[in-house]
Design a protein around this ligand. Structure first.
Ligand SMILES: [Zn+2]
Length: 95
């Protein structure tokens, strides 16, 4: 009985390890679908850019570059990518 109840846990742990390895590969190979950089010691993930002037419209801030890279890798694995069809407020007001 104990073996039976533990098995899904083992499979889940294996799956987590597999996903973590994939994230590390994406980061190492720079295959992230998002631009990630450091600003004032924080990690920044660019979620959307303006399609007119290419400025950053939406960014997410994390405590370190590593965390930001992992977050970007999670999003990339989930099939998400940077939104390139946004328009910033400045460009909107100039329309
Ligand atoms: Zn703009």
């Amino acid at each position: 009985m104990r073996v039976l109840t533990n098995k899904p846990g083992i499979e889940l742990a294996k799956e987590i390890v597999r996903v973590e390895k994939k994230k590390e590969e994406l980061i190492k190979q720079s295959k992230l679908n998002f631009k990630v950089y450091t600003k004032r010691k924080k990690g920044i993930v660019v979620r959307s850019v303006c399609c007119v002037c290419e400025c950053e419209v939406e960014t997410e801030k994390y405590n370190s570059l590593e965390i930001a890279q992992y977050k970007a890798a999670s999003l990339t694995l989930g099939g998400k990518r940077v939104n390139e069809f946004d328009v910033c407020e400045r460009c909107l007001s100039e329309c």
